[in-house]
Ligand binder design. Structure first.
Ligand code: FAD
Length: 401
């Protein structure tokens, strides 16, 4: 995105990528459908030490600007009922291919299978140590946009190898931790629900202190929970090493008011406990909850005593699990940490320490929850960096004429 925008200003642009193709990570996003952005994009949802910085960024690159930029590239978007945007094609592969064609059309030199192992600043230029396809050499550029990602999913290309070079150039780098990954817990009898999916409200507790809460879909697997309903909290596990953490899962929160009506008999046909639970759960899950609550599946829901309702809510609304760990970089979607946002300008992504250097995407210490927030930031920061470079070029050509 940065290269495409920068090309508007003319000049020679080279894009280095050490994978054999561009957009390898993009291909796996949104279950290969590429969840690009979200109506709920706002500063408060991002995990970033300076909310005012994110707010300034979003004031120039919000959802509308995102959609317009993608429309111009030939990637129209559409949203789900809950405001998650995907390409109309519903295909990450299509998005990557359109980006490839846009790069070629604009004459951008694309150097894939080419690794950057070092960056130096000498003689008013960025010197890149470039290797690949049998060559090892230093190449010189007057400006540099670095979007080398964080450390998540290293096999897709981003391993954090250039943070050392950024430190040598004078930038700080906050320690990197995995985020948006599974949470491992002691499942106890809930192991019987392996493979079952639920929409849940989850929260993480350190003693009496709630560290975070989120709503979303989860799947129960061998070692705990995975899916957006826990991924948005997994960084809290990584950030509290050694702490005694509890994951609380509320399986009925998303339909609580509806369920409360059934419990209190405010429906036309009062039903059995099992039939009531089958409105929301699979038979396997409904039977499990009834067994765990030590209740009679045939009991009329409206006839449950207060004590029986408490037993039911204990397993369905207040299930508690001791946290044993969280996903590593290998199975987490993003990393938190990286260069602090205060070290770059939020409107151009230009370094405040090294003029001419722009830092974009996950290289910066910004992370969002599941739902398109991370691609919004990655593409948006690239867009602003590229637009800034194009405007500098245009200005230079004007001065010459
Ligand atoms: C499985 C999965 C699903 C996801 N789904 C979504 C989703 O649906 N929506 C969403 O918003 N976010 C999603 N994310 C997160 C999102 O993909 C990232 O936040 C985003 O790709 C970050 O973009 P980036 O350009 O900063 O880094 P990256 O996408 O990691 O790109 C950095 C590029 O730099 C290259 N590179 C790194 N180092 C070097 C080097 N030394 N030399 C040459 N090239 C180098 C890498 O090969 C890579 O191609 C998902 C992530 C994963 C892993």
């Amino acid at each position: 995105m940065a290269a495409i925008q920068a090309a508007e200003g003319g000049g020679r642009i080279t894009l280095f990528e050490h994978n054999p193709n561009i957009g390898r990570k993009l291909l796996v996003t949104g279950s290969s459908r590429c969840n690009l952005t979200n109506d709920a994009v706002e500063a408060a949802v991002y995990y970033c030490e300076d909310p005012a910085w994110i707010e300034t960024f979003l004031s120039v690159f919000g959802v509308e600007e995102f959609r317009r930029a993608f429309d111009r590239l030939g990637i129209p978007t559409q949203k789900t009922d809950d405001g998650w945007y995907y390409p109309r094609s519903q295909s990450a592969q299509a998005v990557a291919e359109v980006f490839g064609e846009s790069l070629r059309e604009r004459g951008i030199e694309l150097r894939v299978a080419t690794h950057i192992s070092g960056i130096f600043y000498e003689n008013d230029c960025f010197q890149l140590q470039v290797s690949g396809l049998g060559l090892h050499q230093t190449e010189s550029f007057d400006r540099l946009v670095l979007g080398a990602g964080g450390k998540a999913y290293p096999e897709l290309g981003s391993r954090g190898e250039l943070f050392g070079a950024l430190e040598k150039l004078g930038h700080n780098v906050r320690p990197l931790q995995p985020a948006l990954g599974p949470i491992f817990v002691d499942l106890g009898p809930f192991k019987q629900l392996k493979g079952q999916r639920f929409d849940v409200l989850t929260s993480i507790w350190r003693g009496e202190e709630q560290l975070g809460q989120t709503l979303g879909n989860v799947i129960i697997n061998q070692d705990g929970f995975n899916g957006p309903g826990v991924m948005n909290l997994s960084h809290l596990v990584a950030l509290n090493p050694g702490a005694d953490l509890t994951l609380q899962v509320n399986f009925i929160a998303p339909f609580w008011s509806d369920f409360a009506d059934i419990l209190t008999g405010q429906v036309a046909h009062p039903c059995s406990l099992r039939a009531g639970l089958l409105r929301y759960f699979t038979p396997k899950s409904a039977d499990f909850f009834i067994r765990q609550a030590r209740l009679d599946p045939g009991a009329k829901l409206t006839a449950l005593t207060e004590e029986q309702i408490r037993q039911l809510l204990e397993v369905t609304a207040e299930a508690k699990f001791g946290v044993t760990g969280a996903g590593s970089f290998r199975n987490s979607q993003v990393s938190v940490g990286g260069v602090p946002v205060g070290e770059v300008d939020p409107l151009s992504m230009e370094s405040r320490l090294i003029p001419g250097l722009h830092l974009v995407g996950e290289t910066l210490d910004v992370a969002g929850p599941c739902g398109g927030f991370n691609l919004h930031f990655a593409f948006g920061s690239g867009y602003l960096a590229g637009t800034h470079l194009a405007s500098l070029k245009k200005q230079k050509s004007k001065e010459r004429t």
